[in-house]
Ligand binder design. Structure first.
Ligand SMILES: [Zn+2]
Length: 354
């Protein structure tokens, strides 16, 4: 039962804490409660003990030690307590904190429950960009519930991830500015082609992951890693360093999907085009064509297209891109993107098993 702290016979808090702390939109509940405690000059466990969550504080040591790992969940009464403590309405809290949504609430009971499992049920705990945070007047790390395992702030050129290693999680992209438009291209493709655009970007990213894993000493990637202050062979560096090539390849993939026919000669022509890019990037074409062949094998021979290209309404597969199935099936922990790719390997996997 240690995971389900229960407040025995508690009457609950009656008044807000003296110092108000506002939740950030998209923040993890654990992060908010932690900041709420710090706002009062208390550690999290002290806050919970004082407000009658004695059992809850059993798990708090680890929250205090590993804010990058744990998230906090509440039952309806626990939510009411939290609203009272923070001086906000339940509605306002829920509007800001994703883990308080109805589907994440713990079972109702006569007692308030605050639970701190080791992983978030949905999304990843990724710090908010330090520039954004400071502009909101927040002085300590704020953990966000992020759909992906990393975030890029285009405004402050900062990259953060859900690294659990305890390394500093913020990476400045000031010396790798090309990563930002590359990342934005993924958004652009999603806007332009709906889900299919996102899936192609994921496929391109997966191919780039394959390249990076087999050819980590490729000069441009080593240079970018160093520029970002990361070790070249560190898996954490991979998403940042391969994004520009992935973005270019994604456009090539879109071009392929827009071909009127995907005959053998059309495929060879396309492959030759990508290989010219690879030559420019100094990516060994012999190794580098393997994942491209795997991709082509999955992507050629789609049924005849209906409707004009790119004339799409959002989220409609008929956005001009009709991809084969398998893009959701290989769900896996490949940062954010691999989850939407049809290519089955994942970042961090040894080259020999890809
Ligand atoms: Zn920012």
């Amino acid at each position: 039962m240690s995971d389900v702290p229960v407040v025995h016979g508690a009457f609950g808090p009656r008044q807000p804490l003296p110092i108000r702390v506002g939740p950030l939109i998209g923040e993890s509940t654990g992060s908010f409660v932690n900041r709420l405690a710090h706002g009062q000059g208390l550690h999290l466990d002290e806050l919970l003990t004082r407000v009658g969550f004695g059992q809850a504080s059993r798990d708090v040591q680890r929250v205090r030690a590993y804010p990058q790992i744990t998230e906090m969940y509440v039952n309806p009464l626990g939510l009411e307590y939290l609203a009272t403590l923070s001086g906000l309405s339940v509605r306002a809290l829920r509007d800001a904190l994703p883990s308080l949504e109805q589907r994440h609430l713990l079972p109702e009971g006569k007692e308030a429950v605050w639970k701190w499992p080791w992983t978030s049920r949905e999304g990843h705990l990724v710090p908010l960009c330090s520039g954004c945070r400071l502009s909101l007047g927040v002085r300590e790390t704020a953990w966000m519930i992020s759909p992906g395992r990393w975030r890029i702030c285009a405004r402050h050129l900062e990259w953060t991830d859900d690294s659990r290693s305890g390394e500093s999680t913020a990476v400045s992209l000031e010396r790798v500015p090309e990563a930002v438009p590359a990342w934005q291209q993924g958004e652009l493709l999603r806007r332009q082609f709906g889900a299919a655009g996102g899936q192609l970007f994921a496929d391109a990213f997966q191919v780039a992951v394959y390249w990076w894993t087999h050819l980590p000493d490729t000069e441009r990637w080593v240079q970018r890693a160093w520029s970002a202050g990361l070790e070249a062979r560190n898996v954490r560096a991979a998403p940042v360093v391969v994004l520009p090539e992935a973005a270019r390849l994604a456009q090539r993939m879109v071009d392929f999907e827009q071909l009127d026919e995907q005959s053998r000669s059309a495929r060879e022509k396309w492959l030759a085009g990508v290989q010219r890019d690879m030559a420019v990037w100094d990516v060994d074409t012999c190794v580098g064509r393997q994942p491209l062949l795997a991709w082509l094998q999955r992507h050629h021979g789609r049924p005849p297209r209906s409707g004009p290209l790119g004339s799409s309404r959002r989220e409609q597969p008929a956005s001009g891109l009709r991809l084969p199935g398998g893009h959701e099936r290989n769900a896996q922990l490949v940062w954010a993107l691999g989850e939407f790719s049809c290519l089955p390997w994942h970042l961090g996997q040894p080259a020999c098993s890809m």
